[in-house]
Design a protein around this ligand. Structure first.
Ligand SMILES: [Zn+2]
Length: 75
């Protein structure tokens, strides 16, 4: 998996970006409900090791089911 938003390191100019996945205890959870969590991904520069971006793949997972956007827009 590559990060389409980060292709070049702003610190050292390196273009080899590694996407890492932080799971289990490193997962981020909704502040109101620890039952809703998502794996945290980091884009790391291979050259200097800077973490360029941290993100979750599916932010909707952090919300309660009733608060999630419907997958298909029916309107
Ligand atoms: Zn770098």
């Amino acid at each position: 998996m590559t990060d389409k938003y980060v292709t070049r390191c702003p610190y050292c100019g390196g273009s080899e970006i590694i996407t890492t996945c932080q799971t289990a205890y490193g997962a981020v959870t909704n502040a109101e409900s620890i039952l809703h969590s998502a794996e945290l991904y980091h884009s790391v520069c291979r050259n200097c090791g800077s973490v360029l971006r941290s993100f979750v793949k599916d932010p909707e997972k952090l919300l309660k089911k009733k608060d999630r956007k419907p997958k298909d827009d029916i309107f």
